[in-house]
Design a binder for this molecule. Structure first.
Ligand code: TRP
Ligand code: SF4
Length: 333
């Protein structure tokens, strides 16, 4: 039997190249070897945005379209929406009964989120019960499929550790070895920085979206930071100090192209504007297939809907097997 993989993303709307290169591309490879469950965690979105749900459904669809465009194959992997698998909510209840309060209170991500919430005005400036349960809900996601492995970024490893603790505790309390202790499987998330050299992020205004057009992408690339010490185009350049543009070259171009750029830059034979124009063209070329696929799904929303419904139905069948075992272990009616 194939090992099971479970992972998810919150529906933050259109995804960017950091998501693609750091996470989704990794999932695309994993779907060949593992039995994969990929969830759009819409309940997790409610933990902080319960009062801003107007665009939630659309945001879920945007994420799924990006996944499909990047090569997640709904025939190979199970793509589903968290709230369409209510078994996870039931499991969350059982897990919440056996999770000590201080285990969730010491969650480092919760402290970060609390800070962010405090800095915002209005209703959402307190920590609600649901937000406190964020890592328990994530545990429920993972254990709903009794997954072996959880591909995540470094920021989520603490949550997978908690999942292992909760799984172990469930096994102890109910005298079973039913739940596996899933292992985190690290994605390399720092692969591509933002246009300003910081971490690429939606709210930092430094990202390139998977769904951006070729024109928008080319324009954005022109704003990428280069070698700050270079003032004129025939100044000798330092590719290794070229904060963003040369890093992008290294991600997207062939070794031969990279060496040519390095050489010409160091000799002062290449202006930064031209260099970035060329870079933009290469990136656009690499993304063209993904963009075409995305356009296709944008124009066929009923197909996206069908994929979501069918994937979620498939996920539920697996979830029901786990839950029926859990109910019997807990000795429910
Ligand atoms: N909390 C994760 C994040 O913010 C998203 C997520 C939800 C997740 N459920 C999951 C990740 C289950 C892995 C497994 O990135
Ligand atoms: Fe960077 Fe290219 Fe300018 Fe050299 S020429 S500093 S690699 S943008």
């Amino acid at each position: 039997m194939k090992q099971k993989i479970m992972s998810g993303m919150r529906p933050t709307g259109k995804l960017h190249l950091g998501h693609y290169l750091g996470v989704i591309d990794n999932w695309v490879k994993l779907q060949e070897e593992y039995d994969c469950y990929f969830s759009v965690a819409d309940w997790h979105a409610l933990t902080t945005k319960y009062d801003k749900t107007e665009n939630l459904k659309q945001d879920v669809a945007e994420v799924v379209m990006d996944w499909l465009a990047c090569g997640i194959d709904p025939e190979k992997a199970t793509i589903y929406v968290q709230s369409l698998v209510p078994e996870t909510a039931e499991l969350h209840i059982y897990l919440s009964m056996i999770t000590p309060q201080n285990w969730v209170e010491r969650d480092p991500t919760l402290k970060d989120m609390a800070k962010i919430l405090k800095s915002k005005e209005g209703m959402a400036s307190q920590i609600n019960y649901g937000l406190l349960g964020y890592p328990v809900l994530m545990t429920a996601d993972i254990l709903t499929f009794n997954a072996d492995l959880v591909p995540v970024g470094i920021d989520q490893v603490a949550h997978v550790e908690l999942t292992r603790d909760i799984a172990r505790r469930f096994n102890n309390v109910y005298n079973t070895n039913f739940f596996k202790e899933p292992q985190p499987k690290l994605n390399n998330c720092s692969l591509i920085c933002g246009l300003d050299g910081n971490k690429m992020g939606k709210s930092f205004n430094n990202d390139i979206k998977i769904s951006d057009s070729a024109e928008v992408t080319a324009k954005k690339i022109m704003t990428a930071i280069t070698d700050r010490s270079r003032l004129r185009k025939d100044d000798l350049g330092h590719p290794d100090d070229c904060e963003v543009a040369f890093k992008y070259w290294k991600i997207f171009a062939s070794n031969g192209e990279i060496e040519t750029v390095r050489c010409e830059c160091e000799k002062g034979a290449r202006g930064c504007a031209d260099c970035k124009r060329q870079l933009g063209a290469i990136i656009n070329d690499k993304l063209s297939e993904i963009r075409e696929k995305r356009k296709y799904y944008e124009n066929n929303p009923q197909e996206v809907e069908r994929i979501i419904r069918e994937g979620s139905a498939r996920a539920r069948i697996e979830a029901q097997k786990v839950l029926s075992e859990v109910r019997s272990l807990v000795k429910m009616y």
